[in-house]
Design a protein. Structure first.
Length: 347
């Protein structure tokens, strides 16, 4: 039976920890081993984790005397501790769906070239709203690592939340741990790094995990955090490109494509600021500067021309007249279609 190591870092999430661990222990068809790492929490994490570890041999518990941060905690479990055939990094506030591990393992057992399997994660705030997941027949898509990387560069987005990912242990150990210099976008860079050395698969139809959304702590707030998200995604891509020039084909072309799509996204966010008369709220100046610094030919992009038209008219008139409403609606419809594709096809 395949062995799967589950690393559960926990910082002040004692209230969520039991359900997270139980979602792992209730998996069937696989041999699981759990490591809970308390990163010097100030709540009851240590007490709850110790009780869970005492309940059975499959759960281990470590406690840091001082806070080491999430990157060091991740790497302690993934690289220093894990020896299993497969490995999962699972935040203490998230959960696996029934049968998720056996589905992922089946895909990788049938396809030895696949180094990472992911699926759809259901985002939720209230556990009472979670749907019942029934184990039915599933299908999956598979891409070469190079093709998957190209798709990420075309979109400029990270389509993975994190708890829905299962990585082949040998692949995880070969690519190494998370980068300390990427504290906010290390997961995107990690998925790219894995795709550079293995194929990638996506499980269809059945959700693989539950991803908890904390409204007060979400990175992407409505306005100013948009620029932070763009900066962090660019940093993840750039770090990957810089360190994989001899491994990934057409690195310069991929980098240019990624920078172009990120610049377009920044300019469109600035355009929306004019359409809603919220230029200051969306930090339009910072978004424009980001685009200019990211893509040298920003002034040739259609979004730049659209922005210039709005700047000539002014935010007040743009908002009152809604001159560009049709364009905005078309963009929103396109974004919705892309989101649906991510959710159903993984790309």
């Amino acid at each position: 039976m395949s062995t799967i190591d589950i690393v559960i870092p926990c910082y002040n999430y004692a209230r969520y920890l039991p359900r997270c661990v139980n979602s792992v222990l209730q998996q069937h068809g696989v041999d699981v081993r759990v490591l809970i790492i308390d990163d010097a929490s100030s709540d009851d994490t240590a007490k709850v984790a110790a009780r869970l570890a005492a309940s059975g041999s499959r759960v281990e518990f470590r406690q840091h005397e001082s806070n080491k941060g999430h990157i060091a905690t991740y790497n302690e479990g993934l690289i220093s501790w894990s020896t299993g055939d497969y490995v999962v990094l699972l935040s203490a506030d998230d959960m696996l769906t029934p049968g998720s591990l056996s589905r992922a393992v089946q895909v990788m057992e049938d396809n030895q070239s696949v180094g990472m399997v992911y699926g759809r994660a259901i985002h939720f705030e209230d556990e009472a709203d979670l749907p019942e997941i029934r184990a039915t027949k599933f299908r999956y898509s598979m891409w070469s690592g190079a093709d998957w990387i190209e798709k990420r560069c075309r979109s400029g987005h990270n389509v993975i939340s994190s708890p829905e990912v299962v990585v082949r242990g040998s692949v995880q150990r070969s690519v190494g741990g998370y980068r300390p210099e990427l504290p906010h976008a290390g997961d995107l860079e990690m998925w790219l790094r894995i795709a550079a050395v293995s194929d990638i698969a996506y499980i269809k139809r059945i959700p693989q995990a539950f991803y908890r959304v904390h409204a007060k702590s979400m990175l992407r707030t409505k306005y100013r955090a948009q620029i932070a998200d763009l900066v962090q995604r660019r940093a993840a891509f750039d770090h990957f490109f810089a360190h994989h020039q001899g491994i990934v084909r057409n690195v310069e072309e991929l980098a240019g494509r990624t920078h172009r799509v990120l610049a377009r996204e920044a300019l469109w966010d600035a355009c929306r600021g004019y359409d809603h008369n919220r230029v200051q709220d969306v930090a339009a100046g910072d978004l424009i500067e980001f685009a200019m610094n990211t893509y040298p030919q920003t002034n040739l992009l259609p979004e730049y021309r659209a922005l210039r038209r709005r700047q000539k008219i002014g935010a007040i008139l743009c908002n009152k007249t809604q001159l560009f409403l049709a364009t905005a609606v078309a963009r929103r419809v396109g974004a919705w279609i892309r989101r649906q594709r991510w959710r159903t096809q993984g790309v």
